[in-house]
Structures are given as structure tokens and as C-alpha cells.
Design a binder for this molecule. Structure first.
Ligand SMILES: Cc1ncc(COP(=O)(O)O)c(C=O)c1O
Length: 356
């Protein structure tokens, strides 16, 4: 862009880039975005569309999507005034960060973690306090608490299970952090349905400084519909929603959510399948001498190979798209792939056996 005009833009733009997905979003075997391999059954899609047809498309939806909020509150066993729905959890991340950060405010982000956290924090000119994971990529909770106190951090974001490491903190560790640090603690549970750990939704009402973020894009298989939720005590929620963009959840998203929550056994079945496949893949990968395998608590697996770039492109050459996460701190030569259908997983394992 012309230099003269770029000086008129937000100076933070110099420190961030546009979001990209290396290798794109099309492949025969697509395992690079931690999606569910199962689409909604056709009959459910038809029931959703029938209901959607009866809506007034010329009318705005509610400013805040009360129908969706009510349905999710019932599902989560909390009151509707402690719930907010968003157009994917990414949208809610922007909203929460806007509510918690401004120039010079400190945010603690464990490293490595979901790249969007750092990007939004930079955009808002917040000061990032990065706390490295341990060597095995697990969270260093004692260090998180120490750094948050020493640096007087006002906002902490924890992705648990963490993207891209697939490690989690325990519910007791979340309690400790929320109790021992004077900060708002955001717990992003995008992958919690696949975790051995309990969800923090169960404790969110015990803490005035705790926020839980959930997405329907992973276990609930609705990445294409864009649905996320936030749960926090009503007092904090009333503040967090102030910067929220109005009307971001469509009528279609609210209807879809209701149908999917009403047939939750389908979600449970697909989670069971994915966990069984994860176990089977881990068992096979453990027999490969050519790579290092990290224990997984999510629907994706991390491996370290000798040359990630080469393995990534060899896999791509066979039509298999994984994520090269080598650019993250501590993740040199690491690849990330989500659990797919059994045949897809077999193809990946066979190709990795040949190339890694
Ligand atoms: C940790 C984490 N949080 C949030 C998201 C965003 O999910 P969505 O905007 O689809 O709800 C992702 C997506 O990959 C993620 O990995």
C-alpha cells in the first residue's frame, strides 16, 4: 500500500498479519483445522431448513440471540443471563479482549497457544506476558501464577485443551489460578468434549473473575455455521457484552443449535468414535521410531518429525492436508493433524510410515 496512506492506519497493523491456513482448505483428506469428520445427517439438515424457511428473512434477528442463549443455558445448566452466543468463538474472543484490554494493559498468554490471542492483544496494544510451556508442552501452572502476580497481569487466557499442544490444565489448577491471581481468567474450552478433564462450566459461578468460552465448531460439527458461547457470572457477563457487535448470530444459527442440542446423542457418538480412533492412532504412532509423539487430550495429535516441511509437503502430495505448526515457539518440526474417519486416518498413518 502507498506509504502515505499506511501512516493513517492503526499502527498495530504493522505487528499483525491476516489469518491464513497454510496449504489452504481443500484436500482429499483434510485434517488441518481440527474439524469433525462427521457432517449433520441429511434429515436433520432438512428439518432445520424447514424451520428456517418459516422465519422472516427480511427482519433482523434479535440484537442478542435470546433463543440460542436460552437453549444453551438449559443445556449447560446455568441461567440465561450468564450466557452469550456469538458468531463462532473467534468473534467472542474479540469481544472479550475488547472488554478486558486496552493500551498498556497486561495479558498473560501461555506459549505456544492459539495464535488469535496474541493477534488481538497486539491490535489493542496490550502488553503480552508470555509464559512458556514445559519441555513436554504441558502447562507450567506455578509459573503462570508467579508471573501473573509479579507482572500484575489483569487478564489471563488459557486454551485447555490447548491448541496447538493438545495439553490441558485440571479443574483444580483453574481454581488455583482464579483464586490466587487478581485477574480475569478466560478459559477457552474449544476441545473440552475430547478431554479427560472436567469443563470449567461447573465452577464458573464460584468465581467473579472466570469466563468460559465454548465453540460448536469442533465436537458439535458446526464449523460452517459459526456458533460460539461464553459463560460467566451475570455481573461480569453484563460488562463483557458491551463491546459485542449486534446481530451477529443469524436465525439459522439459533435454529441449528436447538436441533443439535436436542439430538446430543449424535455428538456423543461421534466423540466416542474420535476418541477410539485417537487411541488407535496413538498406538500405531508409538511404534514409529522416526518421530516423537506427544500425548493428546484433544481431537488432534502432535508429532515431531525430522523435517516437518518435507513431511508436510510429502503428505500434501498424497492429498493429505495437515498443519505445519513448526512456527510456534517450542514446536520446531512439529505437525498437527486432527482425527478423521478411520480410512483417512489409515491413509495418514501409512503415508507417515513411508515418509517420516
Ligand atoms: C483454541 C481455539 N479457540 C477458538 C477457536 C475458534 O473457533 P470458532 O471461531 O470456530 O468457534 C479455535 C479454532 O480453531 C481454537 O482452536
Amino acid at each position: 500500500m502507498n506509504k502515505e496512506y499506511s501512516r493513517l492506519l492503526n499502527p498495530s497493523l504493522e505487528h499483525i498479519g491476516a489469518y491464513t491456513v497454510e496449504g489452504g482448505q481443500e484436500a482429499d483428506v483434510k485434517l488441518n483445522q481440527n474439524e469433525s469428520p462427521f457432517d449433520l445427517p441429511q434429515r436433520m439438515k432438512e428439518a432445520i431448513l424447514d424451520e428456517f424457511k418459516r422465519e422472516a428473512w427480511n427482519r433482523y434477528p434479535d440484537i442478542l440471540p435470546f433463543r440460542g442463549i436460552k437453549a444453551y443455558a438449559e443445556f449447560a445448566g446455568v441461567s440465561p443471563d450468564s450466557v452469550m452466543m456469538s458468531n463462532g468463538s473467534n468473534e467472542m474472543l474479540y469481544t472479550i479482549f475488547l472488554a478486558c484490554l486496552c493500551k498498556g494493559r497486561k495479558i498473560l498468554i501461555p506459549q505456544p497457544s492459539f495464535s488469535l490471542y496474541e493477534k488481538i492483544a497486539r491490535l489493542l496494544q496490550a502488553e503480552i506476558v508470555a509464559v512458556p510451556m514445559r519441555e513436554d508442552l504441558s502447562f507450567d501452572v506455578a509459573e503462570i501464577i508467579r508471573m501473573a502476580r509479579d507482572e500484575q497481569v489483569g487478564f489471563i487466557v488459557l486454551s485447555t485443551p490447548n491448541n496447538p499442544t493438545s495439553k490441558s490444565v485440571t479443574i483444580d489448577e483453574i481454581r488455583r489460578i482464579a483464586e490466587e491471581v487478581e485477574a480475569i481468567v478466560l478459559v477457552d474450552e474449544a476441545y473440552v468434549e475430547f478431554s479427560r478433564q472436567e469443563s470449567a462450566i461447573g465452577i464458573v459461578m464460584d468465581y467473579p473473575n472466570l469466563i468460559v468460552l465454548r465453540t460448536m465448531s469442533k465436537a458439535l460439527a458446526l464449523a460452517g455455521l459459526r456458533i460460539g458461547f461464553t459463560i460467566a457470572n451475570p455481573g461480569l457477563m453484563a460488562q463483557i457484552v458491551k463491546p459485542k457487535i449486534p446481530f451477529t448470530s443469524s436465525r439459522l444459527a439459533e435454529i441449528t443449535l436447538k436441533h443439535v442440542l436436542g439430538n446430543y446423542e449424535l455428538v456423543e457418538e461421534s466423540v466416542d468414535y474420535i476418541l477410539r480412533e485417537r487411541g488407535r492412532m496413538m498406538e500405531t504412532l508409538r511404534t514409529f521410531n522416526s518421530l516423537t509423539l506427544f500425548e493428546s487430550d484433544a481431537n488432534f495429535i502432535i508429532i515431531r518429525v525430522f523435517n516437518a516441511k518435507k513431511v508436510f509437503s510429502n503428505l500434501a502430495g498424497e492429498g493429505i492436508l495437515v498443519r505445519n505448526v513448526s512456527g510456534y515457539p517450542m514446536m520446531e518440526n512439529c505437525l498437527r493433524f486432527n482425527v478423521g474417519l478411520r480410512e483417512e486416518n489409515d491413509l495418514l498413518l501409512d503415508t507417515l510410515r513411508a515418509y517420516s
